[in-house]
Design a protein around this ligand. Sequence first.
Ligand code: ZN
Ligand code: ZN
Length: 59
Amino acid sequence: MPDCYMCLPTCENCKPKMVVCAECGARTLMDLKACPLCKAPITEEARERAWEEWRSRHE
Ligand SMILES: [Zn+2]
Ligand SMILES: [Zn+2]
């Protein structure tokens, strides 16, 4: 896990994380509770996948 949070908009750790909606496939902010397009809730599974993707890009 990143050790800083929202320090700078340009910080690689603190940039908004994107998650792929399991319902419609749209990329949306991980911080949102539901997809803005199809209104489906962002699942824990989708969040986990997004974190794994994020980690694979940062290690
Ligand atoms: Zn940071
Ligand atoms: Zn959606």
